[in-house]
Design a protein around this ligand. Structure first.
Ligand code: ARG
Length: 264
């Protein structure tokens, strides 16, 4: 199925502060390399037949490339982001502004802290929502009320997997892949109950951000290093499209972090 994605070119990308365990400002990152890797990701989407819209990158917002955090868009309704850390705070209004200037009328300026699709992943009839590091559980209720889809709270417990989209991705509208160790015991049980057929990823897959993948139901765009997970996805009949986003991983991001899905 053809998708519509919003992306932000990493023109101002840098690792200047550390707000997750992947970030090491003293080691820095190579912006030109990040741009090349990001351009490849964008081309992959276009070649798969998806539509890609672009938001203008803003100087002084080195993490703005991680468009997934900018909002949650379901049924044409835009639930805005409200960032945890002051370094990213200005991204919330910037992304909301993109939507309002592009004709989206049903917009919610959130009262509660949430990092968009970083912590909200949408399936056909349910939204899975992470909490524990960034998104506040009160935002789960706010999103449910605004979007009219049930929101299921999942508790994240491992700081390496600080957003839900670092530990789980929807394979299609009704199944997911995930790394159990990122979740509390209760949330693992919830996931087992909801998704008995889920793809279970290993810690090795998770620590190369292999779960920060983007599936259109047929093709899975995934970090090239996630070898075991790619094998299992192929075994399940998915087309695997590996991408190298190693430079962006230095900020704690992968393919999904760079991609905000706009659902009509
Ligand atoms: N450096 C960014 C942060 O810590 C990375 C965000 C990654 N985005 C995501 N959807 N997981 O906020």
């Amino acid at each position: 199925m053809s998708k519509h994605y919003l992306m932000c070119r990493p023109d101002h990308f840098a690792v200047e502060y550390a707000i997750n365990p992947w970030m090491h400002p003293e080691a820095g990152a190579d912006r030109d390399r990040a741009i090349l890797q990001w351009e490849t990701l964008r081309k992959v989407y276009l070649e798969l037949g998806h539509e890609v819209s672009l938001i203008e990158p803003i100087e002084g917002l080195p993490d703005m490339v991680f468009a997934a955090n900018g909002a949650l868009v379901v049924r044409g309704r835009v639930y805005g982001a409200r960032f945890t850390y002051p370094q990213r705070a200005a991204e919330g209004p910037a992304y909301l502004n993109w939507f309002t200037s592009n004709g989206y009328e049903r917009v919610c300026e959130p009262a509660f802290t949430n990092e968009g699709e970083g912590d909200f992943l949408t399936l056909d009839d349910v939204i899975l929502a992470g909490t524990g590091f960034r998104t506040d559980i009160t935002a789960h209720k706010e999103a449910q009320e605004f979007l009219g889809l049930p929101v299921v709270t999942l508790q994240l417990v491992d700081p390496r997997f600080y957003h839900l989209d670092t530990a789980l991705f929807p394979l299609n509208g009704h199944n997911v892949a995930y790394f159990p160790g990122a979740f509390s015991a209760g949330s693992q049980e919830v996931l087992r109950t909801m998704f008995p057929e889920a793809v279970i990823a290993t810690e090795d897959d998770a620590t190369v951000l292999g779960l920060n993948a983007v599936s259109d139901g047929t093709n899975v765009v995934i970090n090239t290093e996630a070898a075991d997970l790619q094998l299992e996805l192929k075994r399940r009949g998915f087309e695997v499209v590996p991408v190298d986003l190693s430079e962006l991983r230095k900020a704690g991001g992968g393919p999904k972090c760079c991609t905000l899905e706009i659902r009509g």
